[in-house]
Structures are given as C-alpha cells and as structure tokens.
Design a protein. Sequence first.
Length: 662
Amino acid sequence: MTSCNEKSKTETAEPAINLADLDTTVSPTQNFNEYANGGWKKSHPIPAEKSRYGSFDQLGDKTEEQVKTVVQEAANKTNEPGTVAYKIGTMYNLGMDTAKIEEQGLKPLKPYFDDIAAIKTPADVQKTLATFETYGFTTPFGFYAAPDAKNSDLVISQIYQSGLGLPDRSYYTDDNDHAKKLRGEYVDHVAKMFALMGDDEATAKKNAATVMRMETRMADAAMTRLEQRDPDKTYNKTNLKGLVEMAPDIDWADYFQRIGVKPEDINVEQPAFMKEVDAMIKDVPVNDWKTYFRWSLIDGTAPYLTDAFVKQNFDFFGKTMSGVEVMRPRWKRVQRSVSGAMSMAIGQLYVKKYFPPEAKQRMENLVENLRKSLANRIKNLKWMGDETKEKAEEKLAAIGVKVGYPDKWRDYSGLQIKDDSYVQNVLRARKFGFEYNRDKVNKPVDKSEWHMPPQMVNAYYSPSMNEIVFPAAILQPPFFFMNGDDAVNYGAIGVVIGHEMTHGFDDQGRKFDKNGNLNDWWTDADAKRFNKRADVLVHQFNQFLVVDSDTVHANGRLCLGENIADLGGLNISHDAFKMGSKETGKIDGFTPDQRFYLAYAHVWAQNIRDKEALRRTKEDVHSLGRYRVIGPLRNLPAFYAAFNVKPGDYMYLPEDKRAVIW
C-alpha cells in the first residue's frame, strides 16, 4: 500500500492493489503468498519495536496515530475535573512524567506491599486472593461475569483457571530444549524483579524458585488450550454449595462478599484445577503465598513503574519471548494503557473524527449479500441432512450484525482518575473495569453492548449473542475501500465478514444454537461428517513448518476454528461476489477473480520474527499469516481456475485431499 497515513477519505492515495506489493518472480501457482505479498514484505521490514509487521499492524499504526490526536487534544488542554477529557489527559500526562515516576519509586504500591506483609494465616491468604482479583492481579483463579452458556439471556458468575506468569501452561510442562531454556530465563527474570524490590541476591533467587514451584504446580493441573476450546468441557454449572463441596478449603462465602458478588449460579470452567488450588491453599506455607503475591503485584504493575522495572519486564516479555529489539516509544505505551482504561470514551471521540457514516451503509449491504450467499451454500451442501440444514439456516437468519460503533456509549463517570500517580490510576481503572463487569452478575444480558471498542482493528463473532461485530477501525484500506471495485472489497472485508459468520458454524460455534445457547442441534451422522471434513483441514495445517529451519509444525487442531472460518469466508464471499457483481474487465492486467484473491492475500501480508512465530504457535488460535493465504486457497477450485493451477504445482491439492466444509 502507498501512504497508509493519508487522512483523506478518497481512494486516490491508496490503490486497492498496489503492483509494487507483488513479487512477480514467484509463480502464483507455486507460492501465492510470496507472489501476492513478496514486494510488500521486502519494503516493510519489521520495525525494531515490533515482533511482527503486517497489513493489520500497518492499519493499527495508522489508527494509533488517529487516536493520538484525540488523546493529545485532551492532554494539552486544561479540562474540568471529573470530565472524560480530564481523565484522559491526567492519566496520559502522569504516564509521560518519567521524572515523577522515578521520584515516587515503589511508594504508590506501599499499601499493597503492607497488606502482603501483614498476612499471617491461610484466611489472610484468601482475603488477598479476593482483593487482588478486584485489581486485576494474577491469582490462581479468576472471576468474571458472562452469559450462562445454556441460558444466554442471563449473566452468571464464572470461575476460571489462572495463576501463571508465563502465557501458557505448556511453557512449564513441555520437556523440549526450547521450553527448558525459557523456564531458566523466566526464573532469572523473576529473581531480577525481586532484587529490584530490594531483596538480596540469595533471597531473590530463593523467592524466584518458590514462584516457579507454585506456578508449575498450577500449570500441571491446568486444562490445555485445546481442551479449553471445547465449550462442553468448560461448562460445569453449580452453586455456592457445589463450589464448597468442590473446594472446601476456600471460604467461598467470604470470597464472594469481598469481591462484591451475590453468588447464585456459578460456572466453574476447570473443576480439576480448582481442586488443586484448594489443596494448595491447605498445604502451601503462608510465607510462600506472600512471596507469590509480591511477585503478582510487581509483575502486574512493572510497565507503569520506574525505568528499571519497565526495562527488566521488557527484556523478558519483549526480547526473550518475542524477539523484539527495542521498546515502543513511551507515548505509544502510555496511550495504550489510557485506551485500555477508557476505551469506549476514546472510541466515541475517534468515531466522531474519523468514521465516515456512509461506510456503515455499504458494510450492512455487504453483510446481507454474504448472508444470502451462505444460506445458498447451506441449502446445497451435499454432506448435510435436511434436519440439520434447517437448524443451520435458522441460526444464520438469526445472526445479529453491529457495524462501526455502539448506539449507546459506556458511562465513565464512576471512574476516579487523580493527579497523584500513574500506577495508581492504572489500578483504579482496573478496579473500575472489574466492578463494571461484576455488576452484571445475575442480571439479564445487555444485547446492545459491544465487547470491542471502535478504534480496534479487528472483528468478532459472539457465540452466546449469535452476532458479528465490525468496529469502525477495520473499515479502512486494505480491508475496506469506500470507492474500490467489488472484487477487492469482497476479497478483503467480504472474506472478513464471511469469516466471522462461519465462526457460528466452526468446531466451537456449531455447538451453540440460534439463541446463543450451548445446545446440540446436529444429528449424530451430520456431526460425524462435519468432524471428518474438519480433520482434513487439521491434517493439512499440521504439515506446515512454523520456522523454516526448525522442526516445530503448526497446530492444526488448536487453529481449527479459525481455519474453518477462513475457508468458509473465502467460499461465501466469492459466491456473493459472483452473484452480485457485474465486473468482467481487467484492471492492471488482472481479472476480477484474480483481484479477489490478491486482495484476500494482502490482508495477511506479514513479516514475523522466529521467536514470535514459535510463541504464537503455542498461544494463538490463529494460523500464521502466510498459512492463512496458502492453506485455504489450496482447497478452492475457483482459485485454481483464476490462476491456472495444475497438478504438480505446490498450490495444487488432489481433489480427495481438499477440505470442503461450508
């Protein structure tokens, strides 16, 4: 793309397909990703402050600059105390005031350290678990409010596994050299953080070993990411009495009182894990818990403290984990935390300034065209019986759509932001966020609520709401071209829409009915046929190498839902394009079908560091960008026809090896 920072709302500055982005020395029949994106990849090396750089990140940077104008406007004015502008400006300016942060040191956290020091008994440990939960610190288990998976109109209490400092249990449990090395580096990092808190070297090392021992015990008991993808496994509804029976050494009545919840229905996502935490409450010495809480406190606040803490935190989580070379500029880091604290307030200002209302109408039309296309595909599925088809059609017809921004904005009047310290404001904002979510418990679900702010370059499908949501920020090039030809819009944003729709029918989404309830609407025979077809996709992606020189392969099972959605999105959007478009002529030498697939590929243009690719393979349910291009396209006869793919080409798969699902 040229000039991704143009503020103009016309397309003249940004050709929908920029020929310089291609690498025509590569044949599209051998490696379509390199053909479509090779030029872009060469001209967009990964910035030193990032672990990967792709079209999403490029648009993210543009949006970040747009948000900056909104935040700076508030930061540079004297605002009336209590107003949203005051809160944004005050929090941002405190975050930028490094001299004040250095001068304050750990003083703003003194009340929390004092509370930990005062812990004497297992009952005190439990009180701290509750307090820490309300401030968003990591504790062995977490609480949140969300719809009951089997009664999607009601919000209930949810308890889930947590407690780990590393991003996934496999870092603790894997036996390979990479995991062992990383564990050693993590323990060193924890020890360095204890030393920064004032512990001598021997004590710091001993404390780091304690943290690692406790976290490893939790990791051993935790569900894998794969297990957590099964909504039947994570639905274990009970009540206070049942919870007490499951974990009798935790004073649940006291816990709920401290976090401000009246416990009625409670879903425990991982019961076996909770039993292990219960045992830990009983048999882990109080002093070890105090050590764990000190670590949790500092790990959860390090980015907002003095330079020594910020740097050590980055050295491990940025450099070691993801291969990032330098920290992001301070304004970007502070802006991100202000945006986290007041995302919808900033979103409201962002939309006013940057979102053209006509984009909303065009998107809504596209969505309805895609809905018709998917309905048509369901009707013509050869592998699915009529009974299941009827239910699938009902579910599709019921999918709700939100585009751009919410109709009613969130109220931030209850959020206290004071001119005292950056980290204290971060913690106040977390507590406000916790209470906002908590206060929904035992109440009807608010169907109008958005779970992503408009300035986020993303989109989502919610199984419990049975709705697809497209924030304003994604409705920009290279996803959405207000004046672009149909081929590129269907290839880019059209596939994104189709992708989100297909999530309603992927390996997870298919278990929820039209009302968003976990409820099996499939005949056994159709479910078996679905799984058999999905397994073809799992097998295909398992063959892909994550890093060329390495032996680690992609996890086709973990990424199955996303890969089904990519494949479905391409089919649905291409059909909708063919049904609705009159385009026939070539543009820049490409047919409409070729432009459709080039636009799709460009969405996933990306460079990524090896460390980040390996990390994401453990943690992320999305395939790497290059495989989101190559993987699904090898299954599509329409792609073969567009680029004349023949047997013997890498992009060719024999018909009996192709995945055909939606």
